[in-house]
Ligand binder design. Structure first.
Ligand code: SAH
Length: 257
């Protein structure tokens, strides 16, 4: 039997290559085989060695080019054949990245693995848009949820718990669900004037931020048509990014690198 390879689940962060961890950058620069998601940007793929075998299992909402069980099986197969595999995932592997499923499958197959954390979209986008996710006196916590609709299922979230004016709500994969999201939050008592930021392609040169409110979100998103990937940040902290001095971060007026 050939020696088994190892699989590194590597968080590639939200897009800007400068936001890679040193460990991720080191593994990417030495990769022989890389299995990559669509969210991993061109700037990061360019850091892979030119002779690295790159397998694109890219996913977009609604178009899973390779279903998750097949990705899991592919990782097991590559490592069983002796390859050391860099499994590159957008953001952090364990935050809406299905990294848990991959790790369970690798463990079941006896493949050694390691997980390298990445900057998740919530942290990257908030920093790039000038939104402190928690802020003394305004938000004492932050919740990360997914707005992704399972096929033929209504968005099933605990609205009473989420409609908390003192806790920032970050919604991944939520742009397609703004109607049930804003409707559910308002029905559970969240003020319609609560500010919302929609951050498109956060941390990349193409980043745009739309400021809206829970009450006007559906119309604003229809007009603005955010391009993926985009993240929703809902809560009073968003107001801080609309006012100086933090607004200067969002517009790039304040920039130190
Ligand atoms: N594991 C990833 C999330 C994968 S789910 C992480 O930790 O960030 C994919 C969702 O992440 C997208 O639908 C979008 O809501 C969000 N996302 C990822 N990168 C983003 C970016 N650069 N800008 C805005 N949203 C992003």
């Amino acid at each position: 039997m050939r020696n088994r390879g190892k699989v590194w689940l590597v968080g590639a962060g939200p897009g800007d290559p400068d936001l890679l961890t040193l460990k991720a950058a080191r593994l990417i620069a030495a990769a022989r085989v890389a299995v990559v998601d669509r969210l991993v940007g061109a700037g990061i793929l360019a850091l892979l060695p030119s002779d690295c075998r790159v397998i694109d299992v890219g996913k977009e909402t609604g178009h899973h080019s390779l279903p998750q069980p097949e990705i899991n099986a592919l990782l097991v197969r590559l490592a069983s054949d002796g390859a050391d595999v860099v499994r590159l995932k957008g953001g952090d592997p364990f935050i809406f990245g299905r990294g848990g499923e991959e790790v369970l499958e690798l463990a079941a197959a006896g493949i050694p693995f390691a997980v390298v954390p990445g900057i998740t979209a919530a942290a990257g986008c908030a920093a790039a848009a000038g939104i402190p996710l928690t802020h003394r006196g305004i938000a004492e916590g932050v919740r990360l949820v997914t707005g992704h609709l399972q096929q033929d299922h209504a968005l099933d979230l605990d609205w009473t718990r989420l409609a908390d004016p003192r806790c920032t709500l970050v919604v991944y994969m939520g742009v397609g669900s703004v109607a049930p999201l804003s409707g559910g939050l308002m029905a559970a008592g969240l003020n319609a004037a609560t500010p919302v930021a929609v951050i498109e392609r956060g941390t990349t040169a193409a980043q745009r931020t739309l400021f809206s409110t829970v009450g006007t979100l559906v119309d604003d998103v229809a007009r603005w048509q955010p391009q993926p990937p985009a993240l929703l940040v809902i809560g009073e902290v968003v107001r801080l990014a609309q006012d100086r001095p933090l607004a200067a971060v969002a517009t790039g007026e304040v920039c130190c690198g």
